[in-house]
Ligand binder design. Sequence first.
Ligand code: KG4
Ligand code: ZN
Length: 331
Amino acid sequence: MRILGIETSCDETAAAVVADAREVLSSVVSSQVDLHARYGGVVPEVASRAHVELLTPVVAQALVEAGLDDGHVDAVGATVGPGLIGALLVGVSAAKALALVWDVPFVAVNHLEAHLYAAFLEEPELELPLVVLMVSGGHTLLVLMEGHGRYRLLGSTLDDAAGEAFDKVARFLGLGYPGGPAIDAEAMAGDPTAIAFPRAMLDDGYDFSFSGLKTSVVNHVRKNPQVSTADVSASFQQAVVDVLVTKARRAAAEYGARGLVLAGGVAANSQLRESMLDACMADGIHPLLPSRSMCTDNAAMVAAAAWWRLSQDGPSPLDTGAQANLRLPVL
Ligand code: KG4
Ligand code: ZN
């Protein structure tokens, strides 16, 4: 079954064709980063307008690259939330229109579930249960995946999401937008032990808090204006990574997880990937680190999640709307 996936929840316009949730026939991502960079963040109205302009050529390219320019896909899946409402509406409306014209099922996809299925695209036979660390610009969740569509929420952030902390600290340090990749690059030249930034709630349950860390970075730089930006970046990044890895590792041990999955944009972070790999090796747990292009927003993960949802729940009604605040369906 070949599914066309469509993703427009934030600032990437993406379309992909995936066969049976495992074979990526095409995956096209058109990033709007340059459009938003001058504002230092995503401007919702600019994003919606750009999606309207970009979506048709992006879908056409995905179909052509998959060798399906006659449009014969078996279903169309689109991210219906969470995300920017105007941006979501563009993808959802287009997906429904295509499903109607081609007379194939429409599948509503939860963006968070899609991030999770990026791991299954690369390893469809992953053994359950899994602990998933989902770290993106809008979310920081520690999830126990017991079965397909069966999630238990172990913890989440009490304030800023991990990616948001990267973005805010990068903006403060003048490293530009998006902040995650900028700090990742800057940190390469720095010493992660240079500054002892706090590790909030390290031994305290599975929830996270990153706003104190951000404040601590700001205070340190104001008090030490000559400090090396590379050292600040590396030390900040190390503090975030220590907390994420410590909690994910503890959860995997407590719940007897067969594997540990990284998902979401922050999963592209070099230090996080390296530390997670080391931790899994030490603990004898199977690590699952999707390739960087599958960690950040893309439509292949949407098509993969759509396949699982379609096989479990059947098609979604065509009156399913976009939902800006959609949550991961937890038990
Ligand atoms: O999953 P994603 O592409 O979009 C959302 O659904 O939010 O995640 C975007 C977030 C941004 O905050 C971005 O700064 C962060 O992921 N990010 C990174 C890296 N690449 C992207 N954070 C740290 N290191 C990276 N290499
Ligand atoms: Zn995302």
